[in-house]
Design a protein around this ligand. Structure first.
Ligand code: ADP
Ligand code: ADP
Length: 229
């Protein structure tokens, strides 16, 4: 796994004649294997930051590196391949494919990918890991919200990414399910040495992270936590 470094990152949106400076001079290093929570009010730039870290969009200015790799220099298929190798995503809306079973959803990122392992066996292993072995053949509509999010987590982890980026993954879940989801993320971090970046509104969940970054008006206004080196 590798550290992620952002230097002087800016993001400005131009839409309907409105200019929004969503991120302003963000400089940040996320150490490999670290569990970071991002807190902040709605509109403070959290999702924009996660989207840039995840290479799903490009900053208006600044640099983003994974270790020595300048991800902004990667284009087209190379950025898609980089993402597949290194990053898993989890969202508030689970974004499962409704016509596919739980197992097929977990396998979906592997479609048309060449990998060194057995895809179905790997997907089964991940579903078992999130406690849903018995629901392999269920459709998303037959699963609870907590179960759907566990399928989404299994899907995000199916290629064992170095980084898991989660945008309000517990936003639609009750306290018990939310705590279970964060526990799963924590366990993955510890078993696999992967880093986690979690956006949450919930201070109690954020308190379980190694580091808490607070955003306001597109800037980092506080950054606290244990040093992990
Ligand atoms: P948060 O995740 O903290 O709620 P966002 O990163 O979603 O914040 O948004 C930061 C600011 O950027 C907000 O003012 C939002 O309206 C604006 N914004 C986000 N995405 C877009 C977009 N695609 N086009 C225009 N403005 C956007
Ligand atoms: P290998 O890396 O040699 O394939 P394993 O598959 O047994 O070895 O996994 C190595 C470690 O990773 C073990 O501690 C195992 O519990 C853990 N592990 C395996 N699969 C996962 C997973 N999907 N998510 C998190 N940890 C996992």
């Amino acid at each position: 796994s590798t550290a992620i470094t952002l230097v002087d990152v800016e993001k400005t949106y131009h839409g309907d004649g409105v200019v929004t400076r969503a991120l302003q001079s963000v400089t940040l290093t996320l150490d490999k294997g670290q569990f970071t929570a991002i807190l902040g009010p709605s509109g403070s730039g959290k999702t924009t930051l996660l989207t840039l870290i995840g290479t799903l969009d490009r900053p208006t200015a600044g640099t983003i590196r994974y270790g020595d790799v300048d991800v902004l220099a990667l284009k087209g298929k190379r950025i898609a391949d980089f993402r597949f190798e290194h990053i898993g995503f989890v969202f508030q809306q689970f974004h499962l494919l409704p016509a596919l079973t739980a197992l097929e959803n977990v396998m979906a990122p592997l479609f048309s990918r060449k990998v060194s392992y057995d895809k179905k066996a790997r997907a089964r292993e991940l579903l078992a890991w999130v406690g849903l072995e018995a629901k392999s053949d269920a459709l998303p509509s037959q699963l609870s919200g907590g179960e759907q999010q566990r399928v989404a987590i299994a899907r995000a982890l199916v290629n064992r990414p170095d980084w898991l980026l989660a945008d309000e993954p517990t936003g639609n879940l009750d306290t018990r399910n939310s705590e279970n989801i964060v526990k799963l993320l924590r366990t993955y971090q510890q078993e696999h040495g992967s880093g986690i970046v979690l956006i949450t509104h919930d201070q109690t969940l954020a308190d379980q992270a190694d580091r808490i970054i607070e955003m306001r008006d597109g800037r980092i206004v506080s950054d606290s936590g244990k040093e992990t080196g």
